[in-house]
Design a protein around this ligand. Structure first.
Ligand SMILES: *Cc1c(COP(=O)(O)O)cnc(C)c1O
Length: 272
């Protein structure tokens, strides 16, 4: 329904140098600019901008910058690595209404931390992790919103389930009642070529639409978390309900993307 070949939207290059935000004003300005881009993308395809949640991604930025983002109105922050997220959660526990979304791959030995402090986990792609999380959440007497991560780009270097594996995976999730399944998440192909990025988002939406018919009781599959600083307009045109945006709000990161999404070689070495 959203797949109009309307690729005139500026596709900011992934490594475009977004300036560093260093004041509350900078953050207000950047948040407003991103919201405007969201509104424009929604308008192109007749969507309500209120149907798209902006998740600011704060990884690699220090506590002082996160506090500026909070002062500018951010109440949930996305972090890719558990240890970094936990350190920030501890340091900022005075901000009682600040919530944390873990958006990066999780190993079972980090499940305990996530069950303690996270409100949302967007990268669920193994039943072992689901089971371990559910067990820890019962101990903590907490629940957790989760998104199932899907590899829509066929890149060996990406985490996430193959699209064909998602139906079986989701049918197993009702065994883990502390997990509230919200929807699907993906990272598109890393390319400045819109014609190669868009099909990843289309694929996630079509998968969600198909699975929604079959989803077991209690499994919600409303949400589509897709789109980052470089491609979120395309994701919105294809139905994103959550966009995860870091650099367009905080400024360009020094770290290469390969640090967060390891290559297939690095994964093999780590025994994953
Ligand atoms: C870092 C990250 C983002 C945000 O990327 P930006 O280029 O900073 O907008 C989105 N999703 C995940 C999983 C990430 O790790």
């Amino acid at each position: 329904m959203f797949a109009q070949p309307q690729d005139i939207a500026p596709l900011h290059k992934r490594h475009g140098r977004y300036p560093q935000a260093t004041s509350v004003e900078d953050f207000r300005h950047n948040l407003a600019a991103v919201q405007q881009r969201i509104a424009n993308a929604c308008q192109r395809v007749g969507r309500d901008p209120a149907s798209v949640r902006l998740l600011p991604v704060s990884k690699t930025f220090d506590e002082a910058h996160l506090r500026l983002a909070y002062a500018a109105g951010c109440r949930m922050l996305g972090e890719n690595k558990v240890q970094e997220a936990q350190n920030k959660w501890q340091a900022m526990s005075d901000l009682v209404d600040l919530q944390w979304s873990v958006i990066g791959h999780l190993q079972t030995n980090k499940v305990k931390q996530v069950a303690r402090f996270a409100s949302e986990f967007q990268a669920l792609d193994s039943l072992r992790v689901a089971e371990a999380l559910d067990r820890r959440l019962h101990i903590e007497k907490r629940q957790l919103d989760v998104f199932v991560q899907v590899n829509t780009s066929d890149e060996a270097s990406k985490y996430g389930l193959a699209p064909e594996a998602v139906a079986d995976f989701i049918s197993a999730l009702p065994s883990f009642p502390a997990l509230r399944v919200r929807g699907l998440m993906t990272l598109a192909l890393f390319s400045a070529d819109v014609a190669r990025v868009r099909p990843c988002f289309v694929r996630l939406r079509e998968l969600r639409d198909r699975l929604r018919e079959l989803a077991p009781q209690g499994v919600g599959l409303e949400e589509l978390s897709m789109g980052m600083s470089g491609d979120f307009e395309i994701a919105i045109e294809e139905g994103a309900t959550v966009v995860r945006v870091g650099q367009a709000i905080f400024g360009a990161r020094a770290m290469p993307d390969a640090y967060y999404w390891p290559t297939a070689d690095a994964l093999a070495q780590a025994g994953e």
